[in-house]
Design a protein. Sequence first.
Length: 180
Amino acid sequence: MFSKSRINEPGPKQAGDRDTNPAAEAPKPSMSNSVPAPSSGATKPKPPASTLSADLVLKGNLKSTGDIVIEGTVEGDIRAHMLTVGESATVKGEIVADDVVVNGRIIGRLRGLKVRLTSSARVEGDIVHKTIAIESGAHFEGSVQRQEDPLNSTSKKPVPTGQGQQPRPQQPAPASKPNA
């Protein structure tokens, strides 16, 4: 897409070349607005998660492409890459995230690729997931549905587990024998 200009950079040294200018060894800064090529081993550091403290009460929706840690109370929908709900936290609203770890209380629908309810979790609402883990001691009231793409915002309500199976064929009623 973008490439670094090589006009001002020295070419590869030949066997008979002599160094006449020691400053030519150092790369010269470019004055162009091009984006520098990424270095071979360096990765961009991940920004820290946004944390909502325990004494914070937020009424409104949250949306982030990064990670969010909730320790307080949120009344509204949350959309994030990774969401961690702390033990003292309460969320009232819909949650949509790639990765969700619930230690506290959620009242509302939860959609995530990976959902984990720890032993201190309290969830009242439906969960749509790709993978789920529920630790012993977690409290859950609602339905669970597995979908390949749970983040897809379809308005289809999840079918409770066990009821989304093929219907059983009806057994014919026993024929009554005529009384003679």
